[in-house]
Design a protein around this ligand. Structure first.
Ligand code: ATP
Ligand code: MG
Length: 368
């Protein structure tokens, strides 16, 4: 589990520190406060362990740029990512895990070091952590195009050999957490979902969980979820008593619920990033969807990060987390637009109740 996050020089964030993260973490704050950027930071760090976004069939870094309007090659649009387009700075994403290990991910756009990174995510590992000696030297670890781990510095052969052999051993828990991370937003294309995610869902018959949710809340008559011939190929569809409906033509609420639960169902011991899940959901449906998500979180040890503008969602998640015995915390983010410094105020689940009893809206914590 991630315990704390430090983000520097990423998009609108010059610096932001979030401590004491829990099982379920909700980020609130005004538009442009940096909530989505925090999700993107975790997603970018996860690219080190698994550079592909399996849900969308793209490279994660490309996707972060694309979803902000950038099209084309990573090289052309990387300035989208750097705070104030200052590409000479280092983007730093530091994650401290409950294991006690801290991984620092650095995106550099400079020549030294690493000299010519093919893959721009670099993991800095304190040498004393991996080599059993004290010292200030940082080891730069990245991946080449074939996906192999490569080290740029230092060039000490022994360290190099040791690291190559044991990096994954030492950081097994952290890297396995990171490789599973999914980002759930409203841009999940159905075609890659059908060919990638749904196969994994079926492999372990998690389609039952998805079917149950669809039946309970969205299309009560659904008998099964199956592929039916459509155009030149096949399309994932709901089989109803007298007809079938392609997933892509379902209402947005049902479609999102199906995509989210399918994406989460095969996961274990990792992080789930959910951007504004209240969109398209009728209040009852939001309860059912979040209940499914949080039950899976409890069963599979998933850590949840949610951005939202919805008081209703906060209350639903708070109640469900209490029922399920999951730790939950609310973080109010406030970004100084000129400096990019993000101030974070945390509210325990119990305090949310007090705030609301006093008639106070936790979304306006800055004036409280
Ligand atoms: N490269 C950049 N340099 C400086 N500021 C940037 C950069 N990229 C984005 N921003 C600013 O950062 C903010 C975007 O932050 P983010 O998308 O994380 O906000 P949010 O809290 O998710 O907002 P919303 O509630 O609207 O979704 C915007 O105000 C944007 O103008
Ligand atoms: Mg946002």
């Amino acid at each position: 589990m991630i315990r704390s996050i430090v983000v520097e020089n990423l998009r609108g964030i010059k610096k932001c520190v979030i401590d004491d993260l829990r099982d379920v973490n909700i980020f609130i704050g005004r538009n442009g406060a940096g909530k989505s950027t925090i999700l993107e930071a975790i997603y970018i760090a996860s690219a080190f362990a698994n550079e592909r976004d399996e849900l969308r069939g793209v490279y994660k870094l490309d996707y972060v740029v694309q979803r902000r309007g950038g099209r084309g090659k990573w090289n052309t649009f990387r300035d989208v990512l750097w705070f104030s387009k200052d590409v000479d700075k280092r983007i730093v994403i530091e994650l401290r895990f409950s294991t006690g290990n801290t991984l620092r991910f650095v995106l550099t756009n400079t020549d030294a070091p690493p000299s010519t990174p093919v893959w721009p995510v670099v993991l800095e590992v304190p040498i004393d952590l991996v080599y059993g000696v004290g010292g200030e030297i940082m080891v730069y670890v990245g991946r080449d195009t074939s996906g192999k781990l490569v080290l740029w510095e230092p060039d000490y052969r022994a360290v190099k050999k040791y690291l190559n052999e044991s990096l994954y051993e030492i950081f097994r828990t952290e890297l396995s957490y990171l490789s599973g991370v999914v980002l759930l937003d409203n841009r999940i294309p159905i075609t890659s979902f059908e060919s990638n995610t749904w196969r994994r869902v079926l492999d372990k018959r998690f389609d039952r969980i998805v079917l149950e949710l669809i039946k309970e809340e969205y299309e009560p008559g659904t008998e099964s979820i199956l592929f039916k011939p459509s155009g030149e190929g096949f399309a994932l569809s709901l089989a109803l008593p007298n007809t079938s409906i392609e997933i892509d033509t379902l209402g947005d609420g049902a479609r999102t619920a199906l995509l989210y639960t399918s994406a989460i169902a095969p996961l274990e011991g990792t992080g789930v990033l959910i951007e504004d899940p209240e969109a398209h959901q009728y209040p009852n449906a939001l309860v059912t969807l979040m209940r499914t998500v949080l039950r899976l979180a409890k069963e599979r040890k998933l850590q949840i990060f949610i951005t939202t503008h919805s008081i209703e969602l906060i209350n639903i998640v708070k109640k469900l987390a209490e029922e399920l015995g999951l730790g939950m915390k609310l973080y109010y983010l406030e970004r100084d637009r000129s400096t990019g410094i993000v101030d974070v105020r945390a509210v325990e689940s119990i305090d949310i109740e007090i705030l609301q009893k006093l008639g106070l809206d936790p979304r306006v914590l800055h004036i409280i």
